[in-house]
Unconditional design. Structure first.
Length: 511
């Protein structure tokens, strides 16, 4: 008998499922049920390679034109630069694994590998020039390599944006089967659906077998999954057979007592003859990046979690960068700040700046500055509007707050009301990137875990800024802040600042 399992990620097809155990021909081996699909990288990789070659070619030709003049008159050793440097650069990209499938389309690792390839190219050119006593014009190198690195990063970013737009339309997606306990599965499904640009579409879930009826929380999870259009395809113990039968592209296994080493080993065997990826979520999903490493201990592959870098030289370096960037930004933006101040003053009566007590690092109180975007009696009128709050359980938020002035609405939409916080950064009370600066009444109800937010300076922007701002519920905003505290790095800060530009332009959650 044949039944049909709908697969949401495959927008126009369903997967036939054969009843019985026919998918397994022998222990640990699988008979393929459905032909493998073309992986999304087969469409994406050629675009990336073409963009990289274009970036390198443009930088090399422009640098040559700047240093030597007309490209059409090339001759001798100089002309070799037009041929040799692109070959070295592309080889460096390959050697740096900048085209590996697992690094493409997501995260900062792809950009880091492109940057390292550019540095490697510079090192190779410099070493070759010195070793063979070649007279390579330094002016050419100083133009070609920095320009090429910038173009490579820019073109990679543009191709990634193209991929994200394609995925928003349901293209280049991978179907995902999620296996684990009810609460973890629901949280994972929500995150996958929220971050659709990552290219995953949940085809279904596998949950533990019901024992003695459903508990209230389990029934709630099933209701939520049904509302999201995610089917329960079977029990947790059957995930190997279900993943093969449904023909999914990836399986995500969450940490449970049932999903132990033997379970994962058998699942890996079951997926060997398929093209499905296997993802195993560790119990420390909020700790990522360079802090996590697999190290052999007494013959066992154990996960080592390094201490978060919250003190010492790195904190001093972060503070120095904050002050330098804030000073430069205030200098460059001073005309804009002056114009905004004038607009606020002319729009409504009251002061230009709004001052509010916030809690900073280690629980120290400071006065945070913002451009005033509300009427002067906004705090007094708050009591009348409490019942209309659209924010989270702790903070009052209202999309069409009647207390906001005309100029204030524009400032909030573009986040320009927060520019005065650069003064807070300049005097060391805030950082450019960090958790959201909390109010005293918020800190008063902090639990032990949440108080870790106070181990670093609050930020002008942060993960909360680029993930929805006022649209986030309290638990989600706390989770993002704690994730930042646990995983801080300069690369992380740079990624957040880069994404802040897009978040501000989209105005998502800005009210």
């Amino acid at each position: 008998m044949t039944s049909v399992v709908p697969v949401p990620g495959r927008l126009s097809e369903a997967v036939p499922v054969q009843d019985g155990a026919g998918a397994f021909d022998a222990p640990g081996r699988v008979r393929r049920v459905a032909p493998p699909r073309t992986h999304w990288t087969s469409h994406y990789l050629p675009r990336v390679v073409a963009a990289d070659l274009l970036a390198v070619a443009v930088s090399v030709v422009l640098a040559y034109a700047v240093r030597f003049g007309d490209v059409s008159t090339t001759s001798g050793q100089e002309s070799l630069l037009l041929l040799v440097v692109p070959v070295i650069w592309f080889s460096a990209l390959v050697a740096s694994r900048a085209y590996e499938r697992r690094f493409m389309g997501l995260g900062s690792e792809e950009f880091g590998r492109v940057a390292r390839a550019s540095i490697l190219t510079l090192a190779i050119v410099a070493t070759t020039s010195w070793a063979f006593d070649l007279e390579i014009a330094r002016g050419y190198v100083l133009v070609a390599l920095p320009l090429g690195a910038l173009l490579l990063l820019a073109f990679r970013y543009l191709t990634r944006q193209w991929l994200h737009r394609q995925r928003e339309q349901g293209l280049h997606m991978q179907t995902l089967l999620v296996a684990g306990h009810h609460e973890g599965v629901l949280a994972t499904v929500r995150q996958v659906q929220r971050a659709r640009y990552h290219g995953m579409a949940v085809a279904g879930v596998c949950l533990p077998a019901a024992q003695g009826g459903r508990r209230g929380d389990e029934a709630f999870v099933l209701t939520q999954l049904a509302e999201m259009g995610v089917p329960v395809l079977g029990e947790l113990r059957d995930v190997a057979e279900i993943s093969v039968r449904a023909g999914v592209d990836a399986v995500a296994v969450l940490p449970t007592a049932e999903t132990d080493g033997p379970f994962l080993r058998r699942l890996g065997w079951a997926l060997e003859d398929t093209h499905a990826d296997l993802f195993v979520a560790p119990a420390v999903t909020e700790v990522v990046g360079p802090r996590v490493a697999i190290r052999p201990v007494c013959g066992l592959p154990l996960m080592h979690l390094e201490r978060p870098e919250l003190t010492g030289v790195r904190r001093i370096a972060k503070g120095t960068v904050d002050v330098a960037v804030a000073a430069l930004a205030l200098l460059l933006l001073s005309p804009v700040i002056a114009l905004i101040a004038l607009a606020v003053k002319l729009d409504s009566r009251g002061p230009v700046f709004f001052r509010q007590e916030r809690i900073g690092m280690e629980g120290r109180t400071f006065t945070m500055l913002k451009f005033r975007s509300m009427v002067v009696d906004a705090e007094a009128r708050l009591r009348e509007l409490v019942g209309s709050s659209e924010g989270n359980a702790v903070l009052f938020k209202m999309k069409h707050d009647p207390r906001i002035t005309r100029v204030g609405r524009l400032l909030r939409r573009l986040s320009l009301d927060e520019l005065p916080q650069l003064f807070n950064v300049l005097v060391g009370q805030m950082s450019l990137v960090g958790p959201r600066p909390p109010l005293a009444r918020e800190v008063a109800v902090y639990g032990h875990d949440v108080r870790r937010r106070l181990m670093v300076k609050p930020g002008l922007t942060g993960l909360w800024q680029i993930n929805g701002r006022s649209d986030l519920d309290w638990d989600e905003s706390v989770r993002l802040d704690l994730r930042y505290v646990e995983n801080w790095s300069f690369a992380f800060d740079f990624m957040i600042m880069w994404k802040t530009v897009g978040a501000v332009l989209r105005s998502r959650g800005a009210y």
